[in-house]
Design a binder for this molecule. Structure first.
Ligand SMILES: [Mg+2]
Length: 359
């Protein structure tokens, strides 16, 4: 039987973690993004410190502040989250082009065939988690299994900073033992209804016929019948064509001074500019890739309000990004510049969706 290898990557408390990373004064403190202490509105994301007070996303801010009077409310910065989301997506693309983003902070990856030729999806997931942490300072949780439903269920098992795999031969026993509220797609209200019907874990649910489930839970009954058996044949569908334009160069001898790096970047900027022109589109996110002499690689990105067009603009951003790396202390063997967040595929849908959640 042909078995797919699917990874679900879910960033931990993404917006709140980005704010804590960018603003050290908020680290270790109960922080929420979205809402205000005096007005209406809901929490969009809560830091793990805030969660200890029982605060969670979608909670009205008036209730959140009752639970934690010294809670810190932060305005969301979607441009920033989008920028980091794209940076993380670039890491996924090093392994597979079959990446299906679900939101700024989570995605499915099909790594059955992968660019590294790695046989183990768990090793890939671990590497991805490490790279995300190295390159963004943020933690992610990953679930690994044979389909989307199982991968998504798995990623929540060991959150935060978790890794959990459900191998094919463990699917059946895993689902039989899984408490009903842990099934992805069974919310609190449904879980309560199920418990009233005597269904506490997967094994109990499995005793029900599809007809009985349909009678008791309506249309969702068919879904419950399938998931408790681990059936899910939805493919990972890259819903956005990956488009970026880039140029990079490996140096015969490692560079060690800032001036020679700027000269090299200028050459790359010229190539990039020519590629922008011939492609007929431009983008708003510039990413600098730096590979140090020990082969460790980092990327730094900036997103600007308007399409990046001129060599000067590329260079201004590139130098700014260069100064966010450790090139003054380490030797460099490769530099790269790439442009993404293309005009032709602007992720407007992300913004619309997130804005709606806030109103
Ligand atoms: Mg998340």
């Amino acid at each position: 039987m042909f078995v797919h290898k699917i990874i679900h990557v879910d960033m931990d408390a993404f917006y709140a973690s980005v704010e804590q990373r960018d603003n050290p004064e908020h680290r270790g403190k109960p922080v929420v993004v979205g809402g205000t202490p005096d007005k209406r509105g809901v929490v969009a994301a809560a830091s793990y410190e805030a969660r200890k007070f029982g605060i969670h996303s979608a909670m009205p801010s008036s209730i959140a502040v009752q639970k934690c009077p010294h809670l810190i409310f932060l305005r969301p910065r979607f441009d920033r989250y989008n920028e980091i989301s794209l940076q993380i997506r670039e890491i996924f693309y090093r392994y597979t082009d079959l990446v299906e983003p679900l939101a700024l902070d989570e995605a499915y990856l099909d790594v059955t065939e992968n660019k590294r030729g790695l046989p183990s999806a768990t090793i890939i997931a671990r590497e991805i988690k490490e790279k995300i942490f190295e390159e963004t300072g943020l933690t992610a949780s990953a679930g690994i299994s044979i389909n989307k439903f199982l991968a998504k269920t798995a990623s929540s098992i060991k959150k935060p900073n978790g890794l959990f795999a459900i191998p094919p031969d463990k699917v059946e026993s895993f689902l039989e033992e899984l408490p009903i509220e842990k099934f992805y797609g069974i919310g609190n209200v449904t879980a309560e209804k199920m418990r009233i019907a005597g269904i506490h874990k997967g094994a109990d649910l499995k005793l029900w016929t599809e007809d009985d489930l349909l009678r008791r839970f309506g249309k969702a009954g068919g879904f419950f019948f399938r998931i408790v058996r681990g059936y899910d044949d939805r493919p990972v569908t890259p819903n956005r064509v990956r488009k970026s334009i880039g140029a990079e160069e490996s140096f015969a001898e490692d560079l060690h001074d800032r001036y020679s790096m700027i000269v090299a970047l200028e050459e790359l900027a010229k190539i990039l500019k020519a590629r922008i022109e011939s492609s007929g589109t431009s983008g708003r996110t510039l990413t600098l890739k730096v590979k140090y002499s020990d082969y460790q690689q980092v990327t730094r990105s900036r997103t600007v309000a308007d399409s990046i067009g001129s060599i000067e603009e590329i260079m201004n951003l590139a130098i700014e990004l260069l100064d966010m790396t450790e090139v003054d202390q380490r030797r460099v063997r490769l530099l790269g510049l790439s442009l993404s967040n293309m005009d032709s595929e602007r992720a407007a849908d992300d913004y619309v969706q997130l804005t709606l959640e806030f109103e």
